[in-house]
Ligand binder design. Structure first.
Ligand SMILES: [Zn+2]
Length: 415
């Protein structure tokens, strides 16, 4: 609402100026009309053009067909997707869209019970998987402006994080019949399970940070994020930050003293620690201090099936699994080698064979400027591919959500 008033004020100023500068009344009225049309349409049109070019689904399937037994099993699962960057975009997730990957109607169609919403707060210019400088230009400046985000978010990663959490809160508050609910603690999970038992179209979710740079150098800002509903905390994103090295940074170093402080604060606040995008050294350093507390790698691939620096080494998979942690396998080519659900199922098979099925999970990276084989409505195809990999019903239940539910039960606050 504040944004509306600010926009109206700016429009009024422009109108006053135009009225002063253009003596011809009719020309003035035309200019006013044109100005208002551009003002209203620019964010809506431009942001849609940008997003359509970035979050693509391979093929143009209207709906996804699978074997009958796969569909039957899929309907019995409690499905959790550990990572989708949907809040970065201007879509109203309460409505169905013909582009992007995630919205509530498509989550329901995909039988998703819980969606973790990744929150991106800075994207380095020229982003790549090999090496990104922390001081390179920030692509989120033009994106936030084009999308009409509040001015306070234009420069501040922290404000961008808080704004995206606000959006999620708005969706929960405005979902008809509370069809989308925020998960903040174990009571909320109990409620989600109870409500889904009566009506399987209820979806829960919470925001998860991608990169400790959003703390803007102050551990105390973690409290603001917690209060805003963040329940998962990713230490790194595409560049080295004050807390740790990134797998795609320049130095790719380990945890700094500040980072150590952050890790301890995250654990003290009963938030889930996420090692996606972390450098090898950071993963080692974090596992040294988290001890028996399970961690998550929310969206990744494994080098055993797709060998690149974005993906997890066998040693790390085993170590994370040994502490009861969970690894969310993503579904885009840099993570799994090709754009197919079969490749994701293969990476899950590899991880399960290496370290046990209890560490395997699903973290799509939907809406993360990637091309995926399906959108959220087609997750049943992954269930089908897991059956083809010879996983049992119990295994598939664990992979598709049961394992992450176990982490939530172990870590999130009771009430
Ligand atoms: Zn990511």
């Amino acid at each position: 609402m504040r944004r509306f008033y600010l926009s109206a004020l700016i429009a009024l100023c422009v109108l006053c100026f135009a009225g002063y500068a253009v003596p011809d009344q009719r020309l003035f009225m035309w200019l006013v009309a044109l100005g208002l049309i551009i003002f209203v349409l620019t964010p809506a049109v431009l942001s849609q053009i940008v997003e359509r070019s970035m979050n693509k689904t391979r093929g143009k399937k209207k709906y996804y067909s699978v074997r009958g037994e796969a569909a039957a099993l899929h309907s019995r699962l409690f499905i959790v997707d550990l990572h989708a960057d949907t809040l970065l975009w201007n879509r109203n997730i309460l409505m169905r869209h013909g582009y992007g990957h995630v919205d509530l109607p498509r989550l329901v169609e995909g039988n998703v019970a819980m969606q973790v919403f990744g929150v991106v707060t800075r994207v380095p210019a020229g982003q790549n998987f090999e090496s990104n400088r922390a001081d390179s230009g920030d692509l989120l400046v033009p994106l936030t402006i084009v999308q009409g985000w509040p001015i306070r978010t234009w420069k501040s990663p922290l404000r961008r994080a808080l704004y995206q959490a606000e959006k999620l809160e708005w969706f929960a508050a405005n979902a008809r019949g509370r069809q989308f609910m925020l998960i903040r603690n174990q009571q909320d999970i109990d409620e989600l399970l109870q409500r889904r038992a009566q009506n399987p179209v209820i979806v829960g979710g919470f925001p998860a940070l991608e990169g400790a740079h959003a703390l803007e150098g102050r551990v105390a800002n973690l409290d603001l994020l917690y209060d805003a509903g963040f329940r998962m905390f990713g230490l790194s994103h595409f560049f080295d930050n004050e807390a740790c090295g990134s797998a795609h940074g320049v130095e790719k170093g380990g945890l700094t003293p500040f980072g150590e402080e952050v890790v301890h604060r995250v654990m003290a606040k009963n938030m889930i620690l996420d090692l996606a995008h972390a450098s090898e050294q950071t993963i080692d350093d974090v596992l040294d201090i988290t001890d028996k507390v399970p961690v998550v790698v929310s969206h990744t691939g494994v080098r055993g099936t797709c060998d690149n620096q974005r993906n997890l080494k066998d040693d790390h998979i085993k170590r994370i699994a040994a502490y009861g942690g969970v690894i969310g396998i993503a579904i885009f080519d840099t993570a799994i080698g090709e754009t197919s659900v079969e490749a994701a199922a293969k990476a899950m098979r590899y991880t399960a064979d290496l370290a046990g099925v209890d560490c395997v999970a699903f973290g799509s990276d939907f809406d993360g400027t990637v091309v995926t084989p399906i959108d959220a409505s087609g997750i049943v195809q992954l269930t089908d591919a897991l059956m083809s990999q010879g996983f049992s019903e119990e295994d598939i239940y664990k992979i598709m959500g049961g394992n992450f539910l176990r982490i939530c039960r172990a870590i999130l606050p009771k009430a």
